[in-house]
Write a protein that binds this ligand. Structure first.
Ligand code: ZN
Ligand code: ZN
Length: 210
């Protein structure tokens, strides 16, 4: 999983109130913030130094906090970024969408792969099979992993199955159907209504862009 930091920037200063020195510097200095989980945040300061902030305890490893015991500009900046929704709150971390690298916030103990709103799948959406280019309709999204689920009528798990071997065995499985049933002379061919099980990462949501 790739965790992402906020871009290293300064922030606009509100003109309607006087800010004390440290609050002002928390905004005007270029900093980037990375949520590490467990209530810890890492701030890269304008000078290039990196400090560790324990938000719940209100502690920072910078000299201003350590020697003067004040609520330093780094702690203030983390709070500002969380309030603005640019940095994840306590209990969450920022990760990249597995299909587009967009930054999303997830619970820190949740297991990936993670997807942004545009690439998330659920029953009814159309997906593309990366191996065959076939389009399918999702019928079921499971928490069960590819190395745990057995393929019906086969002797292997989803992870072990032929063309699935190059996908992470720890990825969840998704059930999907081919969108059009095959109709033979005697009616619908039952096989064409079968639900096929795929590792999640083998499927890509079909969006307007592709
Ligand atoms: Zn500090
Ligand atoms: Zn995405």
């Amino acid at each position: 999983m790739i965790t992402t930091a906020s871009p290293k920037t300064s922030l606009p200063v509100p003109t309607d109130r006087r800010l004390e020195e440290r609050s002002l510097r928390a905004r005007t200095e270029a900093m980037s913030v990375l949520a590490l989980g467990d209530g810890l945040y890492e701030v890269e300061s304008e000078s290039g130094n990196t400090y560790l902030i324990d938000l719940e305890a209100g502690r920072c490893t910078c000299p201003d906090h350590v020697f003067r015991n004040v609520r330093c500009k780094h702690i203030r900046r983390v709070a500002i970024e969380i309030t603005a929704g640019r940095v994840p709150p306590l209990g969450q971390i920022a990760v990249e969408c597995a299909d587009c690298e967009e930054s999303i916030f997830v619970d820190e103990d949740e297991e990936g792969p993670f997807y942004c709103e545009r690439h998330r799948i659920y029953p009814g959406v159309t997906v593309r099979d990366r191996e065959t280019n076939d389009r399918l309709t999702v019928v079921d999204v499971s928490d069960l992993r590819a190395d745990y689920v057995r393929i019906p009528d086969a002797s292997s798990t989803v992870a072990e199955y032929g063309t699935n071997e190059e996908y992470d065995p720890d990825t969840p499985v998704v059930g999907a159907v081919y969108p059009h049933a095959t109709v033979g002379r005697n009616g619908v061919v039952p096989d064409s209504l079968k639900v096929y099980v795929f590792p999640r990462t083998r499927l890509e949501r079909v969006t307007d862009a592709n």
